[in-house]
Design a protein around this ligand. Structure first.
Ligand code: PLP
Ligand code: SF4
Length: 329
C-alpha cells in the first residue's frame, strides 16, 4: 500500500465525534443517540472511520463498537470506581512523567488519542495541565539526565503517535543523547486504529537513533486486525521493531476463551507477541466492562491448555504504589 506521508493527519482530523453520525453510519437504533450524547459530554466520542469499518452494521453489541460507543451506564457513579484508579496523579514525579517502576520512566506526552476507549483509565486525567511537552521537554529531559538508573523511556499518553514526526524525531534525538538510556518504547494504539500513521518518516526516527526501539500496541478483539492494521504491523516488523500487544479484559468484548485464543493467533500471524492481559482498572464510568477476577483466571487457564506458552498473555492488575504490574494467578 502506498500512502502519502501526511494522509494520517487527514484521517485523524476526520474522526467521528458525533454519536448521531456513528449510529447512522452503523444503522443502529435511534434510542442509542441520547444516552450516547450524555455520556460523551463527560468523555467525548472519538473514532477513526477506518475503525468503524471493522464493526458490524446493525449490531449494537458488536465487540469493536462496544469499546467506543458511549453508554448511559457510564454516568452512574459506583462505589469502588474512582477517577484515578492507578494512582497516576500522586505518582507523577513531574507533570506527565511517571517513574513508578525500577529502570523505566513513562512520559505521558499528550492526552490526545485517535480513539476514545470507554474503559480507559486515563479518561479523567487532567492532561492539558500536566503535559511534559510544555516547556519544550526541558524538565523531563533534566529528570532523565539525573536518574542514571533509568535505561528505558516509554512514550505514552494518550497516544504519543498523534504527535507529528518532526517533534518525535527531535525528542528521540534528545533522548538518545542521554548516555544511560538504552531503550525507547512506544505505547500506541495507532497502528491498529489509524494504520496510515505507520509511514516512512515514522520508521526513520524510530529506527534512526542508537536507542533500541520496541512497540507495545493495544488490540482487544481479533476483528480489529483487518488488512490495513496487519499491513501497518508488517511495516513495523520489517523495520526490525519488536512488537508486543496489551489487551484489556472487557466484558462483552473479549471475555471468552475462543475470542482470546483467536486474538493470540492473529497477533502472532501479524508478528506480535501477546504481552499483558489487563484486568480492568476500576475507573468511574467503566464498571459495565468489569470481568470478575475468578473468571479471568479461568479464562487464562483455558488459554494455557490450548495455546503455545508464548501465545498466553500475562494476566495482570495495576495497583497504586506497586513496583510493577501485579501478576494474577
Ligand atoms: C505499565 C507501566 C510501565 C511499564 O511496565 P512494564 O511491566 O515494563 O511493561 C512503566 N511505567 C508505568 C508508570 C506504567 O504504568
Ligand atoms: S488508545 Fe489507549 S490511552 Fe487512548 S483512549 Fe484508548 S485505551 Fe486510553
Amino acid at each position: 500500500m502506498i500512502t502519502r506521508s501526511e494522509d494520517w493527519k487527514n484521517a485523524l482530523a476526520d474522526t467521528v465525534r458525533d454519536p448521531a453520525e456513528l449510529i447512522e453510519l452503523l444503522n443502529l437504533p435511534q434510542e442509542l443517540v441520547e444516552p450516547a450524547r450524555q455520556a460523551a459530554a463527560a468523555f467525548p466520542l472519538r473514532v477513526p472511520r477506518g475503525f468503524i469499518n471493522r464493526m458490524k452494521p446493525g449490531d449494537s453489541s458488536d465487540a469493536v463498537l462496544r469499546q467506543i460507543l458511549p453508554l448511559g451506564a457510564e454516568n452512574t457513579p459506583l462505589a469502588g470506581y474512582s477517577t484515578d484508579p492507578v494512582g497516576d496523579r500522586s505518582a507523577a514525579a513531574l507533570p506527565g512523567l511517571l517513574h513508578k517502576y525500577h529502570g523505566r520512566v513513562l512520559l505521558a506526552i499528550t492526552g490526545a488519542c485517535a480513539v476514545n476507549c470507554r474503559y480507559c483509565f486515563r479518561r479523567h486525567f487532567p492532561y492539558s495541565a500536566e503535559n511534559p511537552a510544555q516547556g519544550d521537554w526541558q524538565q523531563a529531559l533534566g529528570y532523565l539526565r539525573q536518574h542514571g538508573e533509568v535505561n528505558e523511556v516509554i512514550l505514552s499518553g494518550g497516544d504519543p503517535l498523534v504527535y507529528d514526526d518532526e517533534r518525535l524525531a527531535e525528542l528521540t534525538q534528545r533522548l538518545a543523547a542521554i548516555p544511560h538510556l538504552q531503550t525507547l518504547r512506544i505505547h500506541s494504539r495507532l497502528p491498529i486504529v489509524l494504520p496510515e500513521r505507520i509511514n516512512d518518516p515514522l520508521l526513520t526516527w524510530l529506527t534512526g537513533s542508537r536507542l533500541q526501539p520496541v512497540m507495545v500496541v493495544h488490540v482487544n478483539h481479533p476483528a480489529e486486525l483487518n488488512h490495513e492494521a496487519t499491513a501497518a504491523l508488517e511495516r513495523l516488523r520489517s523495520a526490525g521493531i519488536p512488537l508486543l500487544n496489551q489487551t484489556v479484559l472487557l466484558k462483552g468484548v473479549n471475555d471468552h476463551p475462543d475470542t482470546l485464543a483467536k486474538l493470540s493467533d492473529k497477533l502472532f500471524a501479524a508478528g506480535v507477541i501477546p504481552y499483558y492481559l489487563h484486568l480492568l482498572d476500576r475507573v468511574q464510568g467503566a464498571a459495565h466492562f468489569e470481568v470478575p477476577e475468578t473468571h479471568a483466571i479461568e479464562l487464562v487457564a483455558t488459554l494455557r491448555a490450548r495455546l503455545a506458552g508464548y501465545l498466553v498473555p500475562r494476566l495482570v492488575r495495576e495497583i497504586a504504589g506497586a513496583p510493577g504490574k501485579i501478576p494474577i494467578t
